[in-house]
Write a protein that binds this ligand. Structure first.
Ligand SMILES: [Zn+2]
Length: 273
């Protein structure tokens, strides 16, 4: 539900909004990003603490597909060789990682092609943890965004919108994937209409989730992935510690990989508070 006044606030901010246009809104969304000054160039920013939004990733870290996403092969050891080194065998989308536009589009940017200025951005946190605890299939909706705007003001230009469901605390247990007897997973994600809603704001650069996917676990059409990444935006999945961030005011640093042509991948994701 929208708190009183939020619809008005939303329409002030989103003058071109189509709130619940469904597929039509998704299809028409995704206006090209216009060149602009990076967020940090609009004024000095300071911080007093750094929050690590990155999960430590053991080799059995839960993955969307199920099988482990990383293997470590010891190439040399200090005892035998005088130094240590591993070869990594890794699926790009494992652990706390970025989704580049090319992950769900034919010709979108690969991770290395995203301007670095677009990876150091204001981050806002929309908290749906209470609802998620009661309903793992819940989604972040346009109303959730409207409620946030009514309470905290307009979304900062060039920001990342992070969905806080509290799911990060489940990462070592079965609740994280929450697969049922048929193998269907049940965890929250961004509703496709929320993605369409944010695309109406041409300067929202990223979305982040503390679950395994931008779409909720039971999604079969990956509509949020297609809408958001297809519009040239990036995502971050499996983030940790969103509870340690304020609703607004922090700066996100996405340490995305710069491997040529990749569709995303692990990196150290930090927030400066
Ligand atoms: Zn991914």
């Amino acid at each position: 539900m929208c708190v009183p006044g939020c619809r008005e606030k939303v329409s002030q901010q989103l003058s071109r909004r189509r709130l619940v246009g469904g597929a039509a809104a998704v299809a028409s969304a995704g206006a090209a990003l216009t060149p602009r000054a990076p967020a940090f160039a609009r004024g000095p920013r300071s911080f007093t603490r750094v929050v690590d939004l990155t999960h430590t990733m053991p080799t059995d870290f839960p993955t969307y597909d199920g099988p482990p996403g990383i293997e470590l092969e010891r190439l040399v050891s200090f005892a035998d060789d005088g130094y240590n080194m591993f070869r990594w065998h890794i699926v790009e989308h494992t652990g706390t990682h970025m989704d580049a536009p090319s992950h769900f589009s034919a010709d979108g940017a690969s991770a290395d092609e995203i301007p670095i200025e677009d990876l150091v951005v204001p981050v806002v946190v929309i908290d749906i943890a209470e609802r998620a605890a009661a309903d793992p299939d819940t989604e972040l909706t346009p109303d959730d965004i409207g409620t946030w705007i009514a309470r905290h003001g307009a979304l900062p230009e060039g920001c990342c919108v992070a969905m806080h469901t509290g799911w990060d605390v489940h990462v070592t247990g079965p609740r994280f994937r929450n697969a049922d007897a048929d193998g269907v997973m049940h965890f929250p994600g961004f509703h496709p209409e929320a993605a369409a809603f944010l695309l109406e704001e041409a300067e929202i650069l990223g979305i982040a989730v503390d679950t395994l996917s931008l779409d909720r676990g039971s999604s079969t059409d990956f509509a949020t992935h297609y809408a958001w990444l297809g519009a040239g935006r990036w995502g971050v999945e499996c983030v940790a510690n969103l509870a340690a961030l304020p609703p607004t005011g922090a700066t996100l640093v996405v340490g995305a990989p710069k491997i040529q042509g990749v569709t995303g991948g692990i990196g150290r994701v930090l927030a400066l508070v």
